[in-house]
Write a protein that binds this ligand. Structure first.
Ligand code: NAD
Length: 370
């Protein structure tokens, strides 16, 4: 059976990193037919709208999509294509794993957690307006519903069980937001007893940020509302090695869209410089979703070995300050070719070695000469 998968190359570095993922997909030998549709700036140039109906039609037809990042104008211009896509397809669960790979590019090599973010409401509801004619005051409405809170919290507990994780932390600000925050908190407290095998606790968002940058290894699954999840997933990406290696997935009823945590990084567009790993790990998550576990394991192993060897890695994994052993940076396409070359060669059944102990990057003597 041939898999037909929607591919949205996106803006900025999107076409380069999605090309990289396609190269790796070919290396798996799986029969995949890509249904390529444009959204964002390319779609505006072609059809005058950033989110043509063809995008929705393709995702609804194929049920699964691989997406590059899409630029959103800041402080004006058209509404976020990403937010519109999530809301209109009801892709309510944004799942962002933050796993340090081969201990490279991070001061926290033991990081291995998942951020589960509600992706359809909260402060991204799009309900906002100027309060006065002179534009000296404004309001954005934070929409939190019991239905969406229950749905995302249940998703987080079920995902924890499925992935053999044992700890779910709800992140909110119920001390200050005494309606919206408290509603989310109550939903969590009422759901948690249904999962007695999972430790359930709570953190206020500000304390959570501090805890994560001190001891991320103590956390497992974080579940939270839209804006807090957006911020926490970038923070966790930083803990795990940076935006260049952070994949993500959006799940709705019967639909799944895989997109990296990072944006379109316009300053690197067209330079063949961006790290392709985040998009390649999105492909890995996508294949896992399709039940292609062996191909997904091969991709993860090939990424892990490429980063561990550090012969062909992009700038973000090569520079002093980000790694114990600086090397000359390779291009996006060279790193993708290296990962693709390894995919059929690796043995995914060999266990990944344990992470190096946490400590300042560049001073771990166990990595000298490795
Ligand atoms: P960004 O993620 O594009 O870039 C932030 C920083 O990370 C930059 O220094 C960038 O160079 C670096 N970076 C990002 N991806 C990288 C990669 N693959 N390899 C190496 N370095 C990488 O965030 P931004 O600059 O805040 O946003 C740029 C645009 O992307 C905005 O229009 C924003 O709205 C959009 N955006 C889209 C999505 C999405 O499509 N899901 C997500 C976030 C931001």
């Amino acid at each position: 059976m041939t898999y037909r998968i929607t591919l949205i190359p996106g803006d900025g570095i999107g076409p380069e990193v999605t090309d990289a993922a396609r190269l790796v997909a070919t290396a798996t030998g799986l029969p995949i037919e890509w249904d390529v549709v444009d959204a964002g700036e390319r779609a505006i140039r072609a059809s005058g709208t950033p989110l043509p109906d063809a995008v929705f039609d393709s995702i609804r037809r194929n049920k699964v999509a691989l997406k590059g990042p899409i630029t959103t104008p800041i402080g004006g211009g058209f509404r976020s294509v990403n937010v519109a896509l999530r809301q209109q397809l009801d892709l309510y669960a944004s799942v962002r794993p933050a796993r340090a790979i081969a201990g490279e590019g991070t001061r926290f090599p033991e990081t291995n957690l998942i951020v589960v973010r509600e992706a359809t409401e909260g402060l991204y509801s799009g309900v906002e307006h100027w309060v006065d004619r002179d534009h000296t005051a404004a309001e954005t409405v934070n929409v939190i519903t019991r239905k969406a809170s229950d749905r995302i919290i249940r998703f987080a507990f079920e995902r924890a069980r499925r992935d053999h994780r044992h700890h779910v932390t709800a992140v909110h600000k119920a001390n200050i937001m005494k309606t919206t925050g408290a509603l989310f908190q109550t939903a969590f407290r009422e759901m948690a007893p249904q999962y007695p095998d999972i430790l359930a606790d709570e953190r206020l968002i500000d304390n959570m940020c501090m805890q994560l940058v001190k001891k991320p290894e103590e956390y497992d699954v974080l579940v939270t509302t839209n804006l807090f999840g957006d911020i926490l997933s970038d923070l966790c990406a930083g803990l795990a090695g940076g935006l260049g290696v952070a994949p993500g997935a959006l799940y709705g009823e019967g639909l799944a869209v895989f997109e990296p945590v990072h944006g379109s990084a316009p300053k690197y567009a067209g330079q063949d410089k961006a790290d392709p790993v985040a998009e390649i790990l999105c492909l890995e998550l996508l294949l896992r979703h399709l039940g292609e576990t062996e191909a997904a394991d091969r991709i993860f192993r090939a990424v892990w070995e490429t980063i561990h060897e550090k012969k062909v890695v992009t700038y973000d994994l090569a520079l002093p300050g980000y790694t114990a052993r600086p090397v000359p940076p390779s291009s996006c396409s060279a790193m993708a070719r290296e990962i693709a070359r390894k995919v059929p060669l690796v043995d995914p059944s060999v266990p990944i070695p344990p992470a190096r102990p946490a400590g300042p990057v560049g001073t771990d003597p166990s990595l000298e000469g490795s």
